[in-house]
Design a protein around this ligand. Structure first.
Ligand SMILES: Nc1ncnc2c1ncn2[C@@H]1O[C@H](COP(=O)(O)OP(=O)(O)OP(=O)(O)O)[C@@H](O)[C@H]1O
Ligand SMILES: [Mg+2]
Length: 142
């Protein structure tokens, strides 16, 4: 029997993908951390603000955010991105270009690229979920 393993945090169209290696039959437990994350996300989404979830490895940060977003929003309202280790602003632009499914050829000049991304991002409300954000430099955040 063959099975496709999923990457938690990015391939997250269904709840199974939240679990380590897409473990078949895994259930999500409503832990205090998950419920707190969901409450905080509800407030942050209402305020159209930003939040950061941090904690030790494997505590359930990615799972809590993904499970909460799935409950609070429709899939079209959520855009999930994950950058490779130490991304550059160029990596950020191309990852967002793909994640937002813009299509066509990406602009060659950074200024034009940024304008395009800002235009698309301002078209409608979305939550941008960036996993492993600790790899981003200050310049990348900006
Ligand atoms: N509330 C929960 N219910 C069921 N399983 C959970 C829950 N929270 C975490 N897990 C299990 O623990 C695994 C690790 O969780 P997760 O990937 O969310 O941790 P993390 O904090 O994002 O780790 P890292 O810092 O390495 O990114 C999940 O894949 C899942 O199998
Ligand atoms: Mg994680």
């Amino acid at each position: 029997m063959s099975q496709t393993l999923r990457k938690p945090g990015v391939d997250v169209d269904d709840a199974l993908a939240d679990h380590f290696l897409g473990l078949p039959g895994a259930h999500t437990v409503a832990t205090e951390a998950l419920l707190l994350t969901r409450d905080n996300l509800t407030d942050v989404i209402d305020a159209k603000a930003m939040m950061c979830v941090h904690g030790d490895a494997g505590l359930g940060k990615t799972l809590s955010v993904n499970a909460s977003l799935r409950e609070l929003l429709t899939p079209e309202m959520t855009c999930r991105v994950q950058f490779r280790a130490r991304p550059t602003p160029r990596d950020i632009r191309y990852t967002l270009f793909d994640a937002l499914a813009i299509g066509g050829t990406p602009p060659r000049k950074p200024i034009e690229f940024d304008l395009l991304l800002k235009d698309v991002l301002s078209e409608r409300f979305r939550v941008l979920m960036c996993d492993e954000a600790q790899w981003m430099s200050r310049e990348c955040f900006e």
